[in-house]
Design a protein around this ligand. Structure first.
Ligand SMILES: [Zn+2]
Length: 213
């Protein structure tokens, strides 16, 4: 999941496609609350994480993981340090979404330290515990990105490849909530089982991304 409610900052290109209303968000949470095998994650560190998502999660006794771009903390419409701490104090997990929301396949050498090291340090300092998990900005990764993450002691990488994720896998596929989400989407994606051709496509796409250089 990404932003919820009325955006209070200028959205980046493509963001409106994953921005949902409070009503859509509540419908999805109600469906997820009935399932023990569906996990909820948030990317991008929007201020709606703490202002909208957190109270709705707590009301349903749900927990979620929030992947935050540490370099955007305190920017308009984003979480600030207090917001991150509030999530942690409420029992939510924190992960890194890099530093400045850059495409990790297109980093230049000088940017790597901020994206893979400094981002973790800042979040660990706020959360008071180690950060071992990341979600990949734009879902963009390849074998070089995965190697750099491993070298920086990342144990779990969340992608946007869609489909089901095995709980023990170092690569966790996720399905993005689209702005068009409705009851048909919820019954297909949250309550249903994907068709066999769809599953085969998802597995093939993941293999290509893992291996490409
Ligand atoms: Zn993102």
């Amino acid at each position: 999941m990404h932003g919820i409610g009325t955006p209070i900052r200028e959205l980046d290109q493509g963001e409106e496609a994953v921005w949902v209303t409070v009503e859509q968000f509540e419908d999805v949470l109600d469906a997820v609350a009935r399932r023990s095998d569906v996990r909820i994650t948030f990317d991008d560190g929007n201020s709606s994480d703490v202002e909208i998502a957190l109270p709705h999660l707590l009301k349903r006794r749900l927990t979620a993981q929030f992947f935050i771009p540490a370099g955007l903390l305190g920017m308009p419409g984003r979480l600030d340090t207090d917001g991150v701490w509030e999530l942690v104090r409420a029992g939510m997990s924190i992960g890194s979404h890099g530093w400045a929301h850059r495409d990790w396949r297109r980093l230049v050498p000088g940017q790597e330290h901020a994206e893979y090291v400094e981002a973790h340090r800042v979040l660990e300092e706020i959360a008071g515990k180690p950060v071992f998990e990341v979600s990949v900005p734009f879902g963009s990764y390849d074998r070089h990105v995965l190697r750099r993450l491993r070298e920086n002691r990342v144990v779990r990488v969340y992608t946007s490849d869609g489909g089901r994720a095995r709980p023990d896998s170092p690569l966790q596929a996720r399905t993005s909530l689209p702005s068009t989400v409705d009851s048909a989407w919820i019954s297909r994606v949250v309550e249903g089982v994907p068709s066999l051709p769809r599953r085969a496509r998802q597995i093939a796409a993941r293999t290509v991304k893992r291996l490409r250089g």
